[in-house]
Design a protein around this ligand. Structure first.
Ligand code: AHR
Length: 518
């Protein structure tokens, strides 16, 4: 009895102390420094499609010419492909690459880029204002894809192009033999069909900057008729509708209207989004990919609404086929985006977003792979990795399996009328390896966040691998001379239902946690 009284007195006293502590600002801050992440491998969002780690190469600046393709360079192979870029692309484990644009495709006529190189025409490219000599075309791109062991994803010209051009391209690539275009491919040295499965129906057709820009009705009608012809040539292809990129306009209505037309033909609708730190406001910038998540959620609703009007059983997914940080440079030689640590953290939040929405986002393509706005940067002498290479590398090589719904109790910061959690989190369960992959961006610029990581199903058991992208200063950049921002590795033994980890200020951390047997 006496004991109980003592305990209740102590807990009363503790309660009073807690209230006092909460009333003093500093202590409140100290309390807020603690976070909790709960992982339950039974709370599943969906299977992670490896295509969310895709990439994109466009005829823009030094992406193709002087980037992945540089005939005559001592660093290139017999096809003119830069061997260091092939190596880096393989390291990035890129499952699918979109080509040839981008804005470029809306003025591109694919037949200019086949056959003997010396006979290919030089054209004015009105998207970026270059001369295109067409020495890199369909067959070169396919050969390059074979070398890097990636899936090709073509985008057709629905700007200045015709339906016939689009369907003829499918015929050139996918019909084995015995038709005009299939035999032309064979004559051009490719006996086997290219078997291109993924085809985009135009690029950013909602943007007034696009050659041949259309309103949603006109695009919907044109894309529908084109889709029918393309599938008439090869019914196995997968089509991607050109969804929103122009968020200044009525982008929600664009997606709804085009899906009204295309819901029975397409397998994906695309979304594009770029972000940047234009006003040099770190905390605003660190929260900027929340817009991408909102666009995904809204588009998911539109997809479901449109599917409810058809008899088709197959789903329509989102292909987030252009995303990145892009705000400084235009992309041409000498004016290419050089990334810093904060950009790498923002890219990690894009990737977290795709994992959190893995049920609906089944493809994503960083724009772009080489030089322009890219993780790989080439010079005449070699190549080096930009800061954004490292989060993409970690995700693409490790974050596979089933995406989980993660409970996160994180301290927050105030951004206008919204509270933003400092920790941006995603997690996945890899059944084959019996491990959980946890991705955490600590957006706090100054403080580490001590975090309890709690398993709600089974126990953690073994040596957790820790990979961290960080550097002293958020503005630190890489260069050919020095890689300031890269991945540091660590280990921590974990056993039981929880462990504690301190996520350093301005960092992205991946923890691969082995699970005990269940
Ligand atoms: O990736 C660079 C450009 O950004 C693409 O050409 C276009 O689709 C987007 O506006």
């Amino acid at each position: 009895m006496k004991k109980i009284t003592l305990i209740s007195r102590i807990s009363f006293l503790y309660g009073v102390i807690q209230i006092i502590v909460c009333l003093t600002g500093d202590q409140l801050l100290a309390q807020n420094d603690h976070a909790r992440i709960k992982i339950d491998i039974e709370r599943q969002v969906g299977e992670i499609d490896k295509m969310i780690y895709g990439n994109f190469v466009e005829h823009l600046g030094r992406c193709i010419y002087g980037g992945l393709y540089e005939p005559g360079s001592s660093l290139s192979d017999k096809n003119g492909f830069r061997k260091d870029v092939i190596q880096a692309t393989k390291e990035l484990n890129v499952p699918i690459v979109r080509w040839p644009g981008g804005n470029f495709v809306s003025g591109y006529h694919w037949e200019d880029g086949i056959g003997p190189v010396e006979k290919r025409p030089v054209r004015m490219d009105l998207a970026w204002g270059y001369r295109e000599n067409n020495s890199f075309g369909t067959d070169e791109f396919i050969d390059w894809c074979h070398e890097v062991q990636t899936e090709p994803y073509f985008c057709v010209n629905l700007g200045t192009g015709t339906m016939d051009e689009a369907r003829n391209w499918v015929e050139y690539c996918n019909i084995e033999k015995g038709t005009y275009y299939a035999d032309l491919r064979i004559k051009n040295g490719h006996k086997q069909p290219h078997k291109v499965i993924y085809w985009g129906l135009g690029n950013e057709m909602d943007g007034s900057w696009q050659m041949g820009h259309k309103n949603a009705e006109d695009y919907g009608k044109f894309a529908l008729e084109t889709a029918k012809l393309m599938k008439g040539i090869d019914k196995n292809i997968k089509l991607v509708a050109s969804g929103s990129s122009n968020y200044g306009g009525d982008w929600i209505n664009w997606n709804r209207t085009i899906l009204e037309y295309l819901k029975d033909q397409v397998d994906f609708i695309s979304l594009h989004n770029y972000t940047g730190n234009r006003s040099n406001n770190y905390y605003e910038y660190m929260a900027s990919t929340r817009f991408a998540e909102k666009a995904i959620k809204i588009t998911e609703g539109i997809i479901q609404a449109e599917l409810s009007k058809t008899k088709r059983n197959e789903p329509i997914y989102i292909a987030f086929d252009e995303y990145n940080v892009w705000y400084r440079a235009k992309g041409e030689e000498g004016n290419e985006e050089i990334y810093n640590l904060e950009d790498a953290l923002v890219v990690a939040t894009y990737l977290n977003t795709f994992i959190r929405n893995a049920n609906i986002v089944k493809m994503a393509n960083m724009a772009q792979l080489v030089n322009v706005i890219a993780p790989i940067f080439t010079t005449k002498e070699g190549s080096w990795y930009q800061t954004i290479f490292y989060p993409l590398y970690l995700f693409a090589n490790n974050c596979h399996g089933t995406a989980l719904e993660t409970f996160v109790d994180s301290p927050v910061y105030q951004l206008k009328d919204t509270q933003i959690p400092y920790l941006d989190v995603s997690s996945a369960f890899n059944k084959e390896k019996n491990e959980v992959i946890l991705n955490v961006v600590n957006r706090d610029k100054e403080r580490l966040i001590i975090t309890d990581i709690i398993s709600q199903f089974g126990i953690f058991d073994g040596e957790a691998e820790i990979y961290q992208v960080n550097s002293k200063d958020i503005k630190d950049q890489n260069s050919a001379a020095k890689l300031l921002v890269k991945t540091n590795k660590g280990k921590q033994n974990v056993k039981g239902a929880n462990f504690t980890y301190s996520f350093p200020a301005h960092s992205y951390t991946m923890i691969i946690i082995p699970l005990g047997s269940r």
